[in-house]
Design a binder for this molecule. Structure first.
Ligand code: 13P
Ligand code: SF4
Length: 338
């Protein structure tokens, strides 16, 4: 009998009463993740589920930008997120006004926004992408200049994967200086007012995931000293130096698939720690080494208790301005069509 079985049963009963579907991101805490969601997955898989449900209510056990994406795709449904405190450092790092300013600086350059952004940012973007399809979206756009935001590490990792140059518009005291920096923050020989100097580059933004930015190559090197045959999996929101030391990089679901489909003596996950617990529970015969230093504080807001209250009180409902939603939908649909 699971811990909190009564609470879990209450949630499942309420789900039937309210004709709801529960979507659970891979980072949900184990008790919730194991027993509550109808569908589990990464941002891309869950947005596809949200687009295709016939239920009246979608309860999104994930962070607010994920619930917003569900509402963008299913405007006629009641979309609930169990806590409004479930933010995301990446989504907070960029505003719609920032994109307008970038468009003025780089006229005609397409903007690709990571799904970890709020709806108003998606509404100003040409394409949305997730960690599961960022390379596909970038390949679709060809080799011309692209603005890719807000995650500087995901942008650098995708640029490396595609053999592209990545540069960042330099900002000081909140203002663009007209210069660019490289990925290490060093000013480079390129100027915004000289388009020939940045043509063909991936132009990034200085957003970071507060969880994945904490991992370092030394974390991997130390574990490899003790377990030379360990297989290391990293989320592409980790710094490029970490991705280079890892054996595999992919979305949360791609990492889960990798563990399920391979037989390695040991695995090490460079991602937030509830997911490590969930994989361990699902694969008790596999040796998951622990480097569980970081729990996403935003995903951590979503508890069984909050999920029950969300269903009881139909809170917190995601509401979006219809014009903004339609503009954001364009970017999301272009991604889903690829
Ligand atoms: P995934 O799309 O890979 O699930 O990532 C979402 C996220 O927020 C990772 O930190
Ligand atoms: Fe955002 Fe990082 Fe948390 Fe994912 S793990 S929701 S990117 S803060």
């Amino acid at each position: 009998i699971p811990i909190k079985a009564e609470l879990i049963l209450d949630i499942l009963k309420l789900k039937e009463e309210k004709n709801a579907v529960i979507l659970g991101h891979n980072y949900m805490e184990p008790a919730l993740f194991t027993y509550v969601p109808d569908y589990k997955g990464d941002s891309l898989e869950l947005s596809r589920k949200a687009a295709n449900t016939d239920k009246d209510v979608i309860v999104f056990c994930g962070v607010v930008f994920m619930a917003e994406t569900a509402k963008i795709l299913s405007p006629d449904k009641t979309v609930l997120v169990p806590s409004l405190d479930a933010g995301c450092s990446l989504a907070e790092s960029i505003s719609a006004d920032d994109i307008k300013a970038l468009r003025e600086l780089f006229p005609g350059v397409p903007v690709v926004s990571y799904v970890n952004t709020y709806a108003d940012v998606k509404a100003e973007s040409d394409y949305c992408c997730t960690s599961g399809n960022a390379d596909r979206v970038m390949k679709h756009l060809g080799n011309d200049t692209v603005i890719f935001l807000p995650d500087r590490f995901l942008a650098s990792n995708v640029a490396d994967q595609l053999g592209r140059r990545i540069i960042f518009p330099e900002k000081k005291h909140g203002k663009f200086t007209g210069n660019f920096t490289d990925r290490y923050g060093k000013t480079i020989d390129a100027r915004i007012d000289e388009p020939a100097s940045w043509k063909g580059a991936v132009i990034g933004w200085d957003g970071r995931c507060e969880v994945h930015e904490k991992y370092t190559p030394d974390d991997i090197i130390r574990v490899r000293q003790q377990f030379p045959d360990v297989v290391v999996l990293a989320h592409p929101e980790c710094p490029p130096e970490v991705i280079k030391e890892a054996d595999f990089a992919g979305s949360t679901s791609a990492m889960i698939d990798y563990v399920q489909k391979t037989q390695a003596p040991h695995y090490l996950l460079m991602t937030e720690c509830s997911m490590g617990d969930n994989i361990m529970a699902a694969n008790p015969e596999k040796d998951m080494l622990r480097l569980c230093s970081v729990r996403c504080p935003h995903m951590n807001q979503i508890s069984l208790e909050q999920t029950k209250t969300a269903l009881e009180e139909l809170r917190y409902q995601i509401e979006l301005d219809e014009d903004l939603r339609k503009r954001a939908l364009l970017a999301v649909e272009r991604m889903l069509a690829l």
